[in-house]
Design a protein around this ligand. Structure first.
Ligand SMILES: [Ca+2]
Ligand SMILES: [Ca+2]
Ligand SMILES: [Ca+2]
Length: 377
């Protein structure tokens, strides 16, 4: 057969195959999480800290390889979040694909604006995990995103991201914070740091009436301590709980980026816990989920989420960089219970049918710390 004839048959067959399968594929998988067959990870390290953390990064890389991932460590110097997203998109189209990325150091983030009594801004890492959706900036001069649409893809995340950066803290030596973080990260991965497999669920007044619903969604742990009596849940009681040996703490409390406000309505009538308190408390938990408005706004000076992360033993913090927090928690905790990594559990949570990325209150959900850990290591 002549070459041209072979070519035509291949084209016709391929055309028929694509024509038949694509419509069905789109219908069948339109609300099912895009699979992450890829086991390839990008670790971006800000060039300003790359050489001073070289041994820590190498150890971390080896630990991730030991998890059966392939790893590219990238010395990154561009302060341009579009360039970072394009690099992720490009990686995802290569033969190895891309499961997710770890951002170490002060790396760029997209900022979005929203109206809640007044105009506010927040860093949005969904911009870096939804690789095929459309991000709209109506007035590009301000550099703030305004809308998120399906575009030619969908609004759901294809990959996961986690940030390891203490540089928003002005009360901590940053180099020491990085070194201590990676030391305990390695210790956890090698069984040298562990806790009783347990969770504290701490629900302050404005959410306590739904305690049974919240607790029903806490599907990662069997050993759960629940505190939801309105009179008991106070700043001082919570600070005491932070010194106890739980593996995971999930707290529901009104917050600003820099402090928790206990009591009805967010006025702090039952006391406040600010970033300095978190710095000074000998916290024991390894993981946190902060249902605490803006606590994970990692661009905010001395934000709580970053302060928790670089507190004594912490490995990973989940929270919102804006008003809102995690609802439909079982979509996050069930994957964790199955041994999935934090990054993938968050990615799957974003695919939940009711409070995924179409809900503005979900769009700030982010991971501070290592997204490659599991609670079952
Ligand atoms: Ca804008
Ligand atoms: Ca997408
Ligand atoms: Ca209370």
């Amino acid at each position: 057969m002549k070459k041209i004839a072979k070519y035509l048959i291949v084209v016709i067959l391929a055309g028929a195959f694509i024509g038949i399968t694509i419509p069905f594929t789109l219908i069948i998988f339109s609300r099912t999480p895009a699979s992450t067959q890829s086991t390839h990870v990008h670790i971006y390290v800000n060039s300003t800290i790359f050489s001073s953390l070289s041994s820590e990064i190498e150890q971390y890389k080896q630990d991730v390889i030991a998890q059966a991932y392939t790893v590219d460590v990238i010395n990154w110097s561009l302060n341009n979040v579009t360039a970072l997203r394009n690099d992720l998109i490009n990686a995802s189209t290569q033969p190895l694909g891309l499961a997710g990325a770890v951002l170490i150091g002060d790396l760029p983030s997209a900022m979005m604006q929203y109206l809640y009594y007044f105009w506010r801004t927040y860093p949005i890492d969904l911009y870096l995990t939804d690789l095929d959706g459309e991000w709209v900036d109506n007035d590009p001069t301000d550099g703030l995103l305004d809308a998120h649409n399906n575009g030619t893809g969908d609004i759901f995340p294809e990959i996961w991201i986690g940030r390891i950066c203490p540089e928003s803290l002005n009360n901590t030596n940053h180099l020491t914070a990085y070194q201590n973080y990676f030391a305990r990260n390695h210790a956890y991965r090698t069984g040298q740091l562990s806790r009783p497999h347990s969770q504290l669920v701490y629900i302050d007044d404005d959410w306590s009436q739904w305690y049974s619903e919240w607790l029903g969604d806490m599907t990662a742990y069997n050993n759960i301590t629940a505190v939801y009596n309105n009179a008991t849940t106070t700043a001082s009681d919570y600070m005491n709980e932070l010194t106890h040996y739980y593996e995971f703490i999930h707290v529901f409390v009104h917050s600003e980026a820099y402090e928790h406000l206990f009591g009805l309505g967010g006025y702090g009538a039952e006391g406040k816990v600010n970033y300095t308190d978190i710095l000074n408390i000998d916290t024991k938990a390894l993981f946190y989920n902060l249902f605490a408005c803006s606590a994970a706004n990692f661009e905010y000076r001395n934000n709580l989420g970053t302060q928790y992360l670089f507190s004594n033993n912490t490995l990973t913090v989940v929270g919102s960089s804006k008003i809102g927090g995690m609802t439909m928690n079982s979509y996050f905790y069930t994957p964790l219970n199955q041994g999935k990594i934090f990054g993938e559990a968050m990615r799957l949570w974003y695919w939940n049918p009711l409070h995924g990325p179409s809900d503005p209150d979900s769009m700030g959900m982010t991971i501070l710390g290592d997204p490659l850990l599991t609670i079952l290591m």
